[in-house]
Design a protein around this ligand. Sequence first.
Ligand code: O2Y
Ligand code: MN
Length: 589
Amino acid sequence: MLEALQNQKLEAWIHEMIELTKPAGVHICDGSQEEYDTLCAQMVERGVFTKLAQRPNSYYAASDPRDVARMEKRTFICSENEIDAGPTNNWMPPQEMETKLRSLFEGCMHGRTLYVIPFSMGPLGSEIAHIGVELTDSPYVVCNMRIMTRMGLEILDLLGEEGGFIPSIHSVGVPLHVGDHDVAWPCNPEETLVVHFPEKRSIWSFGSGYGGNALLGKKCFALRIASVMGRDEGWLAEHMLIVGITNPEGKKKYFAAAFPSACGKTNLAMLESKLPGWKVECVGDDIAWMKPRLDGQLYAINPEAGFFGVAPGTSLKSNPNALRTCNENSIFTNVALTENGDVWWEGLTETPPDNLIDWQGNPWDPASGKPAAHPNSRFTAPAHQCPVIDPAWEDPEGVPISAILFGGRRDSVIPLVYEAFDWNHGTFLGATISSQTTAAATGAVGKLRHDPFAMLPFCGYNMGDYFGHWLSMPQYAPKLPKIFAVNWFQKSPEGKYLWPGFGDNIRVLKWIFERCEERAEAEESAIGYLPKQLDISGLSLNLEALFQIDKKEWLKEVAEIRVYFEQFGARLPEGICRELDALEKRLNQ
Ligand code: O2Y
Ligand code: MN
């Protein structure tokens, strides 16, 4: 069957991996609906999937409770030199890691099928897109990859005899020998490793079947490996949503925005405008690849084809469009099950339905104090089902980006919105994103975590060099977007949110839109340009508090950033140091 592959490099690599992992069989995925349905039916039979009575062609899966999220401590960037991984990544010498991986992968697919998944990140044939091939022994991964990427035989045709691809191999790490009993969610948490070789541009993932650890097109390829490709080739692979905004006159602009986890990224990507005449449409909710074109602008694609959205908190109030997106053809992982064959999670409705089965398969006791759905439970849903998907979301040319937004969850200090003075200052705003943690992310509430460009867990090389790459972008794209910082999460001393958020965030997007057209007015402050007016028609709120700049607090922020930056040593670009010094000087004036 492998002889049918036209690409010799691909064929040789698959042969090598078969020899190493020793699967019972090999299946080249054609990406068809029939193949998907067959795999789902097999998983229902084996108790991996439960078919949902209330949602057409949709399934529920429960993971092993030890395998519920990305494992940052077990994620490695194995560059040739440790300094090139930088202080924010785990590193091991690549030869040592490869030896370790080869020993882990030796015979690891015994008794299982090895699936070959050819996939494209981005619309087929787009100059911004890239091809990958994932080998996996998990049919759950195959089905999720079919939703999250463009997958199938047409990718092999596109690859042809000579085309390049990112090789990525994944195993749940549980071989099956005669007499072994398989479990619904095989995994090997003690041995889990998610490893990237940036120079070879390859990915090896062992021991986890969950999300970002196993769907290798997403965080591993589209961010960690692609960020290295972007550095080497003059483009940007970013942890950003992309939205199209249309004003009441019918004029449209596209924005990209980076937020750390638990800041409502998917909600903003699918926002329902509270301002009459203003419309938001979604190109992507998590990742943006942005390349310069001849007109000097950055054009972005969403490399993904689906959403792997966090379920808890998704509701008719926070994100009605996400709910509509996963009405059918979707996979739900680690949510709760209702007695009539539907899914439920905290926040979906004000009161939970009776007789829920929790994410671990047990009857849920509301008095237990434990959530029914895991805080990191997910829906996997096709992007084309989103009612506000942008008409250009699959345009191979990409969409021109007019503004880039950086945000975090900060209950004070950072105002609702401000604009960077220029590209270098904007790069500094990205480099200094920090966010207060929520329990869902870390178990600790309110701790400030630096997350430069929201890329801390996803940058495939030294973060100091990454800042430098951003600073170098004007040489590739002279007409770069304007940059803004936003913070929806300021609180009053009594702990109440000062800003309504959700659909009202359109008011901030409106100001940004009009700044891009040089229509909205701004006043210069020590930290950047602040709005002179904001459309808060129909709202009653404290604008002064939302835009207050407390210089004493900001100087503390500067001192804290200085300490954070020390870890980058000589790799911290001069341009970033200059921005920090200039901010301090302006605050002291
Ligand atoms: O825990 C996981 O494996 C998923 S993490 C994730 C999924 C979708 C979008 N973003 C993220 C993230 O951690 O940024
Ligand atoms: Mn993300």
